[in-house]
Design a protein. Structure first.
Length: 82
């Protein structure tokens, strides 16, 4: 009977390499998801994939024009009348 050897245990060094490579790949995947979701939203003019907007950002996208123009006089680039 041919006995297969048990798989080798990962070494602590191999685990560090895996964790080191996993973080940038996770960030890259999140950036690609966000870019794709925002591109689809721009093309269809509606939210297609969730991107996690909360607070003022969510109100600006989902609210009406009055919500978007609120506090406009204090925005950068808006001048007072002379």
């Amino acid at each position: 009977m041919n006995h297969a050897e048990p798989p080798e245990e990962p070494t602590p060094q191999a685990s560090r390499y895996f964790e080191r490579d996993l973080r940038p790949m996770t960030r890259i995947n999140l950036a690609l998801y966000a870019a794709f979701a925002l591109m689809l939203e721009d093309m269809r003019s509606q939210e297609v994939l969730p991107v996690g907007r909360r607070g003022p950002a969510h109100e600006a996208v989902e609210g009406n024009l009055a919500v978007q123009l609120r506090n406009l006089e204090r925005q950068a680039g808006v001048r007072r009348t002379l």
